[in-house]
Design a protein around this ligand. Structure first.
Ligand code: ADP
Ligand code: MG
Length: 402
């Protein structure tokens, strides 16, 4: 059941929402006068007849008093256990920025065609239902902690960035606007290029004291990508990476995990301090090697270091990338060398290389072809059991590359 609260004086808008939610098998609607905007959401819950379920989707009509709607959204974000806020307002970049700071997930123009409103409400409802529960809250209720997925490898050029960006796109479909991709290859990260983003802010901004102390400020330093995910790019200058400590990285990851369902982290090659901090705070690691001997040997050493540190022993996935039949190596050989099963094999494919050069991740454009299917399979393995398409054993052995 998703309880939707509409705060508006506009009967038309209220009945449009009503009929959308009636079409769901899991929704109920409560409408409230727009004067409610002068109160905080907490009072609203106390004084009004509320649905049996806690409010999960909040639709705020900002067409009369935008400032009040945004204040209300910010209060709702802090006070309600778990709520996904949609704002109805004429959008321009300033409105969107203010709304985002207040935790609004979607802005829909008042004159939007019905399909847009419906899509926004569905995204909001899906987001709430796929969001892991909070662990602790200001009210003492549990606060959520999202999944933190670190993509790492001992060597460069094996496909970490390709895998991280595609995972973020795939997980962003499951948790729209609740997935963030962080480029922790702080010196030479290229997530920005891989997603064709010209971000005005970066990792450097995200570890400033203002962002450290306030998740709302932190969110303003994230860049929104058209696929419905947020991105934190690497600093533009490699020198800026030195100023970012392992502690900064750990703090940032924990902050993001409280705000997002999925935090995907791309790392620099090797076990530098940033990559190690990411692995320490990760709930899952994707360790990547290419189908060549140096890469596989490198990964074997990395695995033994991680074992010594007792890091992520049971929560790691092994991905072999750029697999082809001309390598003279089989996946069995890889598994024998690593002494652990391989979870996913991504074939070498022209469309992957092209996608990098175009700045559009493969899974944003297609779900077809062996490479896209393998990347989707990897994303699927990282979902909680109840959302997974394939319920096979985690360590299902990938077939040999033909
Ligand atoms: N499966 C694949 N098939 C073909 N090219 C690939 C594949 N995976 C990655 N590449 C290409 O290899 C290059 C390096 O990949 P990248 O993801 O940047 O590696 P890393 O982040 O590990 O340095 C990119 O140009 C990318 O397009
Ligand atoms: Mg990379």
């Amino acid at each position: 059941m998703t309880a939707v609260l509409v705060v508006t004086r506009d009967e038309m808008l209220a009945s449009r929402v009503q009929s959308i939610v009636e079409g769901w098998d899991h929704g109920s609607v409560l409408q409230v006068e727009i004067s409610a905007l002068s109160m905080g959401p907490q009072q609203l819950r106390l004084h009004d007849p509320v649905p049996a379920e806690p409010i999960e989707v909040l639709l705020l009509d900002g067409s009369n008093d935008l400032a009040a709607a945004i204040r209300f959204a910010a209060a709702a974000e802090l006070q309600l256990q778990q709520v996904s806020v949609v704002l109805v307002a004429h959008s321009n970049p300033d409105v969107v920025l203010d709304a985002m700071r207040a935790g609004v997930r979607d802005v829909v123009p008042p004159d939007a065609e019905p399909g847009l409103l419906q899509a926004a409400l569905e995204r909001a409802s899906r987001r709430v239902r796929t969001h892991p529960p909070r662990e602790s809250d200001v009210s003492g209720a549990p606060r959520r902690h999202g999944a933190v997925i670190a993509v790492a490898s001992p060597k460069g050029g094996v496909g970490k960035t390709t895998i991280a960006t595609n995972l973020a796109i795939a997980l962003g479909r499951v948790a729209p606007m609740s997935t963030v991709l962080v480029d922790l290859d702080a010196q030479f990260g290229d997530v920005g290029h891989a997603l064709q983003l010209d971000a005005a802010t970066s990792l450097s901004d995200a570890v400033t004291p203002a962002a450290k102390h306030d998740a709302i400020v932190l969110k303003t330093f994230l860049t929104e990508h058209a696929a419905g995910i947020y991105v934190l790019t690497a600093p533009k200058s490699p020198a800026a990476a030195d100023a970012i400590s392992a502690e900064d990285v750990g703090h940032l990851i924990e902050q993001l995990a409280r705000e997002f369902a999925y935090v995907v982290i791309d790392t620099a090659p090797g076990l530098g301090e940033h990559a190690l901090a990411a692995l320490e705070h990760a709930t899952e690691a994707v360790l990547v090697c290419a189908l060549d001997v140096p890469s596989i040997r490198g990964l074997r050493s990395e695995l033994s270091v991680l074992d010594e540190l007792d890091l992520l022993r049971r929560r790691r996935r092994i991905a072999v990338n750029m697999a082809d039949r001309y390598a003279g190596l089989s996946i069995k050989d890889v598994e024998a060398t690593l002494a652990t099963p391989v979870d996913v094999v991504v074939p070498r494919a022209r469309e992957v290389a092209i996608s990098t050069n175009k700045g559009v991740p493969l899974l944003q454009e297609t779900q077809r072809g062996a490479a896209a299917k393998a990347l989707n399979r990897l994303a699927d393995l990282l979902l909680p059991d109840e959302l997974r398409k394939t319920r096979k054993a985690n360590h299902r052995r990938e077939e040999l590359v033909r």
